[in-house]
Ligand binder design. Structure first.
Ligand code: F6P
Length: 535
């Protein structure tokens, strides 16, 4: 296997300062370096990966056992070894068919039953059949959760705005009281349903926010407050502790990772917003991508190709970050969602066997929607000293037929950015521009230097027909499996998250000190800051 890594490194070295643009001398390049499934196209041709490098990357996927591990995941094997768990979020979106056994039990019937209960509950809330304690229909829903119990539904609810025909959804996640205060300020408790979402039902932020919101409900509704609550969790015993009625509790199994959980009950706000039919479309899009990941040959397999581009940029080119740039305002929260999906999964320093990794793993993932980012950080993308591979997302069609002009501008800008990153602008051209602006002599050189773009900066583009529930399911699943592919190649466990624990433990220990207890055993900086914050 190290042979393949070496060959990939040699491939890059041999390419020297080859321009990506020169790869398009091959008239077939766009066709060879793009792949499509169910109307969604991934273009990886604007990278410096040539035919040999792509073959080597595919061999890397083969020899590291991507397909074998993928099949093990779908079969329900316990590939999350540090937590001794299967990884079966894929089962949440698969049609109930053949039995799928985990620990000797078929997991399909409970998944189907929970989905039916969610549908009934969502319909009853949406139709007004279930009313509030004051006999009014619920027009508002607050989801209280954090991390995977917030980012997925918050991102998806926003993405599917054109399909909203249910109550309005609000999200409280941060333990900062500002989040609860600002959300509750404009809401009427008599018309507000509260979903407390937490896989473990122990997360301090969520429990604190749930108590605050429960007090808010109680102040207005007295004992009726409890009937405004629903819960989503794997810890069914704990949901009873805050008095939530069992028929308002939607459970899921521990083999659904938090950051992979929006396909099940954690997706309840999505279902409340767009209805059960829309939610099932969302699941169908996801399942279609699952099938594609399982069935398509590796060189036509979107998650595999996207993962291999990630490996190329991270390990062969040594780029430390990647930017996700949706030219789709409704995907504004996608970068934040992907930060958890990607960085909590692959931000690891040891292999599955606990050995130090031989090469860097997950990059920093960041981004913002275009065109807004263009007027902010794109300066660095084009002329900064770090190369940041960019990942553009764009729909062929918008939801605003009356605003065609906007969408045309959006498309033109998206295409312009990937083109500009690739072609750049030479010093010679910049000099001509400077001359045209009236600069001469040394000043022309200086002005030209500032107007030069080295270009040759890679990007990929994901183009889809329209942002629908189906497409959104495809997009999220593409990224889930991309993270999987990269994790397998790095030899890490993408499904645990031990790195979040230390900070939680220290916060528990610091809380009494924040409240005035002596800061024993703390370093001088922490002591000094405690003093400063005590007032
Ligand atoms: O602290 C990280 C984490 O455990 C995430 O993995 C998870 O999505 C989030 O906290 C919330 O956890 P829970 O759903 O159990 O409240």
């Amino acid at each position: 296997m190290s042979d393949i890594w070496n060959k990939l490194e040699r491939n890059l070295a041999a390419a020297g300062d080859r321009r990506i643009l020169s790869l398009f001398d091959d008239p077939e390049r766009f066709g060879t370096f793009s792949a499509e499934t169910d109307g969604m196209l991934l273009d990886i041709s604007k990278t410096n990966i040539d035919g040999d490098a792509l073959s080597l990357l595919i061999r890397l996927a083969e020899t590291t056992g991507v397909a074998k591990k993928r099949d093990a995941m779908f079969r329900g094997e316990k590939i999350n070894v540090t937590e001794d768990r299967a990884v079966l979020h894929t089962a949440l979106r698969a049609p109930a068919s053949d039995p799928l056994m985990v620990d000797g039990k078929d997991v399909r019937p409970p998944i189907a039953e929970t989905l039916r209960r969610m549908e009934r509950f969502a319909e009853d809330i949406r139709s007004g059949w279930i009313t509030s304690s004051t006999g009014q229909s619920f027009t508002e829903v607050i989801n209280i959760g954090i991390g995977g119990s917030d980012l997925g539904p918050a991102m998806a609810v926003r993405a599917l705005a054109p399909f909203h025909d249910g109550p309005r959804c609000h999200f409280i996640s941060n333990v900062d009281g500002a989040d609860a205060a600002d959300t509750l300020r404009d809401l009427d408790p008599r018309r507000t349903l509260v979903v407390v979402a937490s896989k473990t039902f122990t997360t301090i932020e969520t429990m604190t926010n749930a108590n605050t919101v429960l007090k808010w409900l109680r102040a207005a509704l007295g004992e009726g407050a409890v009937s405004h609550l629903a819960a989503v969790s794997t810890a069914l015993d704990k949901t009873a502790d805050i008095g939530i009625a069992p028929d308002r509790v939607f459970g899921f199994a521990d083999w659904v990772g938090g950051r992979y959980s929006l396909w099940g009950p954690v997706g309840l706000p999505i279902m409340l917003a767009v209805g059960p039919e829309g939610f099932c479309e969302f699941l169908s899009g996801s399942h279609a991508l699952d099938r594609h990941f399982q069935d398509a040959p590796l060189n036509q397999n979107l998650p595999v190709l996207l993962g291999l581009v990630g490996i190329w940029h991270r390990n062969i080119c040594n780029y430390p970050t990647r930017a996700v740039l949706p030219y789709d305002q409704r995907l504004a929260r996608l970068p934040a969602y992907l930060q958890q999906l990607d960085m909590e999964s692959n931000g690891k320093g040891v292999t599955i066997d606990g050995q130090d990794l031989p090469r860097p793993s997950g990059p920093v993932v960041w981004g913002e929607p275009g065109t807004n980012g263009q007027h902010a950080f794109y300066q660095l993308l084009h002329q900064g000293t770090e190369v940041v591979p960019a990942e553009f997302l764009i729909a062929a069609e918008s939801h605003e037929p009356d605003l065609m002009e906007h969408h045309d501008l959006l498309k033109a800008n998206c295409l312009a950015q990937s083109e500009a990153l690739m072609i750049g602008r030479s010093f010679e051209t910049a000099k001509e521009i400077a001359a045209g602006l009236g600069f001469d002599g040394d000043e022309r050189q200086v002005q030209a230097a500032h107007r030069t773009f080295e270009g040759n900066r890679p990007s990929v583009t994901l183009a889809y027909p329209k942002l629908t529930p189906f497409t959104l399911g495809q997009i999220i699943t593409l990224y889930e499996h991309r993270v999987f592919v990269e994790g397998v190649i790095w030899g890490i466990n993408s499904f645990d998250q031990w790195g979040v624990e230390l900070g939680k433990e220290l916060a528990n220990a610091l809380l009494p000190m924040v409240r005035g207890a002596p800061a024993q055993g703390k370093d001088a900086s922490t002591r000094g800051l405690l003093r400063k914050l005590s007032g």
